[in-house]
Design a binder for this molecule. Sequence first.
Ligand code: ADP
Length: 219
Amino acid sequence: MKRRLVLLGAPGSGKGTQAEMITRQFGIPVTSPGAILRREKDLGTPLGLQTAEIIQYGGLVSDEIIVELIEDWLRLHGAHGFVFDGFPRTLRQAEALLSILKRLRTALDLAIWLDVSEQTVRDRISGRLQCRSCGFVTSAMSAHFADRPVCPYCDGRLERRTDDDFAVLQKRLVEFNTKTQPLAEFYGKMSILHRIDGNRGREAVFADVSCLIEDKVPA
Ligand code: ADP
C-alpha cells in the first residue's frame, strides 16, 4: 500500500520528528525541502547558495524552486508513497502538488496538521540543536548534550540552526500565519485534513499520528 501524506504545522511543531517516526514505523519515504536546502548549502551548490540568504532571514523560498525539488524527488523516489515535511507551505504549492499527483493518476490521502501554541514553538526553537552531518534533532536542555554537543549517531557536531535565532523565528511565524495557515481551509474542503495536538511529547503525538494513518490509510 502506497501512502501519501503531508505534515503541516508551524516551525518547531514537530513535523521533522514525526516524519522520521512515520518512516521508521510505516516504511513510507520522507522528504523535507528545508533539509534538502540546508544540505545543498553545506555542499556549496548553486541551489544551496541561491536560497541560503532567504532561509537565513526566515522568508520562504520561491514556489518554482520548491515545486521543482518536489517534482524531481517524486520522479526518483515517489513510487512507494511519501511523507512531505514542510511542503506544501503556500496555496500555490498545494495546487501544484494536486496537479502533479493528478498527472501521475493518484491523490493525496491525508494532511496532518500539528497544532502548537506560540509558547511551545518558542520553547522548542530556543533549545533546538541539530547535527550538522546527519540532521538528528535534539534539545540543548537534554542533560546528555549540554556538556558535549556531539551527535550520538554519527559523532557530528550538534549546533543551533542559524534560522532558529529569535528575530528570524518571528519572520518565520509571520510567513507561516499568512502563507501556510490558508492550507487548513484548502485541505479541510478536500476532507483530508486532521489536526493533532502537537504540544505534547513526541511519543504521545506519534500515538495519535499512527492511529490516524492506520485508520484513514489502512495497509
Ligand atoms: P521549520 O519547519 O522548522 O521552519 P524547515 O526545515 O522545514 O524548518 O524549513 C526551513 C526553511 O526552508 C524555511 O524557513 C524556508 O525558508 C525554507 N523552506 C522549506 N520548505 C519550504 C517550502 N515548502 N516553501 C518555501 N520555502 C521553504
